[in-house]
Design a protein around this ligand. Sequence first.
Ligand SMILES: *Cc1c(COP(=O)(O)O)cnc(C)c1O
Length: 417
Amino acid sequence: MHQPAIPHLAAADPDVAALVEGEARRQYEKVRLIASENYVSAAVLEATGTVLTNKYSEGYAGKRYYEGQLYVDQVEALAIARAKDLFGVEHANVQPYSGSPANLAIYLALVNPGDKVMGMALPAGGHLTHGWGVSATGKWFDAVQYGVRKDTGRVDLDEVRELALAERPKLIFCGGTAIPRTIDFAGFAEIAREVDAVLVADIAHIAGLVAGGAHPSPVGHAQIISTTTHKTLRGPRGAMLMSDAQYAKPLDKAVFPGLQGGPHNHTTAAIAVALGEAAQPGFRDYAAAIVANARALAEALVERGFDLVSGGTDNHLILVDLGNKAVAGKPAARALDRAGIELNYNSVPFDPRKPFDPSGIRLGTAAITTRGLGVDQMPRLAEWIDRAIAAGDEAETDAIAAEVRELLAGYPMPGWS
Ligand SMILES: *Cc1c(COP(=O)(O)O)cnc(C)c1O
């Protein structure tokens, strides 16, 4: 049964309840290595399921367009205060519905359609919303894109500087979705200063590491910081924009009324809870353990002959180029899923294959670290990954899945028992 239980849902709508139960069991039985996912605490789950979902509150605390904001104002003020404390920023907006709309709000606040912007290309590890062609940000703005060096798999700041000097973008994004290495915020800030651009650090993936002291902070380097709240930060699905005081007004106006209507107050409450958890001393241990697990897993994979983009990892994320293996990313991800190991196929830099059938797989250690797995389990995990990818038949992958279930039975899942 769920903890907290879902007795009302089970009675009122057994169909939906059964699907939720099924998903909970699936999350319990799998080694979840999707780098953008986590397990939130029971407290965060409870906050998302409260009566705050009943309330409309367009506007900001003290300046709302609806009555009855006595408690909602305090919930949002608490989330903002905790965000400012935790990250050490002058301003925070906790209303963006998710990371993509948060990023769109930055464009709306600072540039006009057709203006030049710069971000990391999607196939190199950037995010769609950093100006990739199929995204509104690539269609409505004149986006130039930097990548990584072929020989190192890493961003080369000299190349970024050269491109920035030639193109003079108004906005520069750093950060991304498949970057296994530390982001040099100071280096990007220097380039942004040289070309008079505003630097945005999108720390969606690494926010928990930044909060927990396991990755350098962009504060003092990037004028604007964008983050989701549901990846390493281990909160509900949502996002925050943080900035120097100077950008507070334009960012707030871009989120509401520029892009959004009423904020999701139940999510805001859960963000406040997650930020409270991230401020506890134990969260620093969690962030350090995420990185230690990723390093140990990377080493074990390298020992088994896997080719890692950039050769390893500094954070929670590992990008494997399967070019030297007999199998591509998609069939590997499928075999691994059957073996109880959940991850996603992913393009690697300079991928000769198509995005929908790429050469790589992406792994992250945020969720398994929450579950309680440690560095001692990482060689075993690498062995399973190796065996599942090499497996010729389903009997072998099913056998691995049974071993996975047996191991995970010793590690409770928050919100489910
Ligand atoms: C996940 C992510 C986003 C988008 O978040 P959504 O909540 O999925 O819209 C934006 N930027 C980066 C770098 C991300 O990793």
